[in-house]
Design a protein around this ligand. Structure first.
Ligand code: CP
Ligand code: NVA
Length: 310
């Protein structure tokens, strides 16, 4: 059994393949316990603070409910209500909150806010989404893939769309799990070159292949998993119109998915825009696993909190 007590969870690169697999196993075990009605409360008396600078449905609810189920307490700390939103520094916020809390989750814009919080906090910091990464989502995503496919290593994931936080964490997560990943984005919207390099170097050790292309057709060829995300992420709303034009040929629809394996699964972190990045037929069709995926946020994050804060 690995000991992850006291660790931060900021991006997959901070964890070994064994540690990530351990978290996934724990998530599956915790889900089973819940389905069997077993009470599992390793975090009795513990408190996590949830700092939100951006909107959320899944992340907020799954962390709050998850912490309650683990026997602890979660505090919703909206940017509009805490002094951080009025300019109190990250370092003061981190040091003060560390005197009250056993863990902090943050959803923010600049990724450096997450790393700075982690640097100054004495308690584990969990990245609940930054402009650069969304690892909690990806942990739940691979739990979903494992449940649907019975394995991870050797599968092929196609990500079609914006080279954003989702694309980044998916590439790093896929590389760790030995899942081949092809990312197709329009010119100018590719994932960050440094993340691509990191994913490629991790992939060398696990036997995964990491491909970045401008062709959605090429990416989905023979895919076991097709993933997409919104064209304009939180913080990029004013670019909606120009992005609709740039991404017009990158919709995941019935035509595009013909290139994938017949039993491919469709994933989307949600929220989704039907008729933009994905057609109604695909997201609401028989291959879609979006609600299993959303549910797994709860189980995966319970595993994360139990491992880091337990
Ligand atoms: N997928 C996800 O993180 O959803 P929320 O923005 O609703 O938390
Ligand atoms: N890329 C999206 C993900 C939302 C969960 C965003 O950052 O808005």
């Amino acid at each position: 059994k690995l000991n992850l007590h006291g660790r931060d969870f900021i991006e997959f690169t901070d964890y070994t393949k064994e540690e990530i697999e351990y978290l996934l196993d724990l998530a599956i075990d915790i889900k089973k316990k819940q389905k069997n009605g077993e009470v599992y409360q390793p975090l009795k008396g513990k408190t996590i603070g949830l700092i939100f600078e951006k909107s959320s449905t899944r992340t907020r609810v799954s962390f709050e409910v998850g912490m309650f189920q683990l026997g602890g307490h979660a505090l919703f700390l909206s940017k509009n209500d805490i002094q951080f939103g009025r300019g109190e520094t990250i370092s003061d916020t981190a040091q003060v909150l560390s005197r009250y809390l056993d863990g902090i989750m943050i959803r923010t814009f600049a990724h450096s806010n997450v790393t700075d919080l982690a640097k100054y906090a004495d308690v584990p910091v969990i990245n609940g989404l930054s402009d650069d990464a969304h690892p909690c989502q990806v942990l739940a995503d691979f739990q979903t893939v494992l449940e649907h496919k019975g394995k991870l290593k050797g599968l092929k994931m196609a990500y079609v769309g914006d080279g954003n936080n989702m694309a980044h964490s998916l590439m790093l997560g896929a590389a760790k799990f030995g899942v081949h990943v092809s990312v197709a984005s329009p010119k100018g919207y590719e994932p960050s070159a440094s993340i691509v390099d990191q994913a490629k170097s991790i992939a060398k050790e696990t036997g995964a292949e990491v491909v970045v292309t401008n062709s959605a057709q090429e990416a989905v060829q023979n895919a076991d998993i097709i993933y997409t995300d919104v064209w304009a992420s939180m913080g990029f709303e004013e670019e909606q119109k120009e992005r609709e034009a740039a991404f017009a040929d990158y919709q995941v629809n019935e035509e595009l998915v013909k290139g994938a394996k017949p039993d491919f699964i469709f994933l989307h972190c949600l929220p989704a825009h039907r008729g933009e990045e994905v057609s109604e037929g695909v997201i609401d069709g028989p291959n879609s696993a979006i609600f299993d995926q959303a549910e797994n946020r709860l189980h995966a994050q319970k595993a994360l909190m139990a491992a880091l804060m337990g």
